[in-house]
Design a protein around this ligand. Structure first.
Ligand SMILES: [Zn+2]
Ligand SMILES: [Zn+2]
Length: 293
């Protein structure tokens, strides 16, 4: 029962978030759509906060727990979630301000005489969107790419404000998780150095792009397909009539490896060649001697 309530809230929160994303994309050509995008986003925030409260105890979604009729406002939800004896969730001052601003915008929209500056609404939208994406991941176990269409997410990345907000949060996450800079790769989608190795592949902490990993057959470590190098030019081969016929592979039945292993393998092949050359020389000398030359 408690789980059903939480899932219902979460599902609705995600529906509003999808709606917000769709409207924000429409707003590129029709600025009026920002009104709908902004209010759907606030609705999604409210439901997400309630889902997090319901996860602790369902009665917490009500303003008065002794008389559970009216559900909490965003303000009360935040103060409960941050209460050390209830939620222990931290909100930065910046995030609180941004949420306040989003609520103010929503309230303004509902009044007929609103005087909104669309570029401010847009900026706030991307701030709150990035906040909500992070909140879903940290506290509701959902990644943003499980909620929003990939096409919408990609389109958002062209927006400087969006990119910057998502990047800031990705960097904070990298720091929180203690991921060191040297283990990061550059994401082929958003080009930021926020590409992290996970169990099932590499994932971008900014744009959530996921790429499967391949194993280097020499050392067993995980790499991106494009990182592996072909070392078959070190094999003995015939190049005739445009064909490349390998006739000796020095015992390597694969021809791609990570850069470090490729250097090692080439050195190994070189040593084997030297050894072969030396053996051949000794053999020839021996034959010469046998023939009595
Ligand atoms: Zn990326
Ligand atoms: Zn390797």
């Amino acid at each position: 029962m408690e789980k059903t309530l939480q899932l219902g809230l979460l599902e609705n929160s995600h529906r509003f978030l999808c709606e917000a994303a769709k409207k924000a994309r429409l707003a590129e050509d029709q600025p009026d759509e920002w009104m709908f995008a902004a209010s759907a986003l606030v609705q999604s925030v409210e439901l997400a906060l309630k889902a997090a409260l319901a996860d602790i105890h369902p009665v917490l979604i009500y303003e008065n727990i002794d008389n559970p009729k009216r559900s909490v406002t965003i303000g009360i939800a935040i103060s409960r979630l941050t209460n050390k004896s209830i939620g222990k969730i931290e909100f930065t001052i910046k995030d609180k301000k941004r949420l306040d601003r989003a609520i103010a915008i929503r309230n303004e929209i509902t009044h007929s005489d609103f005087s909104l500056n669309f570029s401010q609404v847009e900026a706030n939208f991307h701030e709150v969107f990035a906040f909500l994406a992070e909140f879903n991941r940290r506290h509701l176990e959902t990644n943003i790419d499980e909620i929003i269409d990939a096409a919408d997410l990609v389109a958002f990345l062209d927006n400087r404000k969006h990119h910057q907000e998502m990047l800031l949060r990705a960097r904070t996450r990298l720091e929180d998780e203690g991921i060191e800079a040297h283990s990061l790769r550059s994401c082929s989608y958003c080009t930021e150095d926020t590409f992290v190795e996970e169990i099932d592949g590499f994932r971008c902490y900014l744009c959530h792009h996921l790429e499967p990993s391949v194993q280097c057959q020499n050392c067993g470590e995980s790499f991106l397909e494009e990182e592996l190098e072909d070392f078959s030019d070190a094999f003995q081969a015939d190049y005739s009539e445009g064909r490349h016929d390998v006739f000796y592979n020095y015992g390597y039945d694969f021809h791609k490896a990570c850069p470090e292993c490729v250097a090692e393998i080439k050195q190994h092949i070189y040593e084997l060649e030297q050894q072969n050359y030396f053996d051949q020389m000794m053999e020839d000398e021996y034959q010469d001697r046998v023939r009595g030359n």
